[in-house]
Design a protein around this ligand. Sequence first.
Ligand SMILES: [Zn+2]
Ligand SMILES: [Zn+2]
Ligand SMILES: [Zn+2]
Ligand SMILES: [Zn+2]
Ligand SMILES: [Zn+2]
Ligand SMILES: [Zn+2]
Length: 202
Amino acid sequence: MEKWTFNSEDRKRLENLEYLCPICHDLIQDPVETECSHLFCETCLATHVDKGGDKCPLCNVEINADEFSYPSFIKRKLQSIQVSCTYPECTFKGSWKEIQIHYPPHFYTPCPFCQEKVQNIERHVEQCPAISRECSKCNQTLLASEQKQHKAECLEEYVSCPFAPLGCPYLGFRKSFPEHWADTLKHHTRMIQEASLQLHKF
Ligand SMILES: [Zn+2]
Ligand SMILES: [Zn+2]
Ligand SMILES: [Zn+2]
Ligand SMILES: [Zn+2]
Ligand SMILES: [Zn+2]
Ligand SMILES: [Zn+2]
């Protein structure tokens, strides 16, 4: 994705309003105000101070981090300034907050199957609801949205018997399970009896 830039008109307006950070020359992020009433991004000014800067980068007056203030009303103002989208041929105008949500999807790829614009097409196609795949077990054609449900129902899936914890060794296709169930009813009943006997021993 390309980095956002304001159009020259917006940039000029923001510059006049002193909403551009004198250090990074972008719109101020998380504004911090020095005692000389200059505004910077919080991270930009912190980097400046960390590097030993003890004067305001703009007016060279001595500054002291203890005197910085974090004007939240300016932060809100910055979020609500109206700007134009600069993606080619896009005519969207909105607040800076809206633009940040609006702009990135310009760089998303439309999925050829469901037409949805997505950030990561490789990851999306693995679960695109419009792509059908065959069940590897029974060859039935399924949409992504149906696959999970199908796995629980597919007759060609291997299943074990609910009596497995009591020692039933059955492991077979789901389609053959009803047979097993009918054939071994006595068997299963005995398993229950044995299990309860085991319990009574203690
Ligand atoms: Zn900055
Ligand atoms: Zn200053
Ligand atoms: Zn746009
Ligand atoms: Zn799709
Ligand atoms: Zn299946
Ligand atoms: Zn069984």
